[in-house]
Design a protein around this ligand. Structure first.
Ligand SMILES: CC(C)(COP(=O)(O)OP(=O)(O)OC[C@H]1O[C@@H](n2cnc3c(N)ncnc32)[C@H](O)[C@@H]1OP(=O)(O)O)[C@@H](O)C(=O)NCCC(=O)NCCS
Length: 111
């Protein structure tokens, strides 16, 4: 399987109201990962879940999903909850900073 030849399917939300979105990462017709997000009416995008197929973790697929959801929402602040310190460190590389209990982190809108 050539994971470099990836495509995505994006189920876009309506910007005006709270709405769920899903980015699905597909390689050779097989879903290898997905990211669920909520585009909130207050202009924040909340990243709910990121998941990559267990056997393929550590190959940069999660990074692609996270970079893509940020690129899709320029000018919007982003939030998520990091379940572990290791993941918080990963999110920090994208500009997320601790912003509350339970691992909540936020990233300012890209100017
Ligand atoms: C978190 C997750 C989405 C990352 O996806 P990925 O494709 O492995 O991510 P990448 O290959 O882009 O690696 C990103 C960083 O994640 C960390 N990482 C990667 N694989 C990991 C693993 N198996 N265990 C712990 N951390 C891991 C590393 O810090 C890595 O950075 P580095 O290798 O460049 O130093 C994936 O491990 C996963 O699906 N985990 C289970 C679900 C989960 O916890 N989701 C996050 C909360 S919803």
């Amino acid at each position: 399987m050539n994971i470099g030849a990836w495509t995505v399917a994006i189920d876009p939300p309506h910007a005006e109201e709270d709405n769920d979105g899903r980015i699905t990462l597909v390689v050779e017709g097989t879903e290898l990962g997905f990211l669920l997000f909520i585009a909130c009416a207050d202009a924040t995008v909340w990243i709910d879940t990121i998941e990559v197929a267990p056997g393929l973790r550590g190959n940069g697929l999660g990074t692609r999903l996270l970079a893509l959801v940020l690129a899709l929402h320029p000018g919007r602040a982003t939030g998520l909850a990091a379940p572990t310190a290791a993941l918080a460190g990963w999110y920090a590389r994208f500009g997320f900073v601790p912003a509350g209990p339970h691992g909540v982190m936020r990233r300012a809108a890209t100017p």
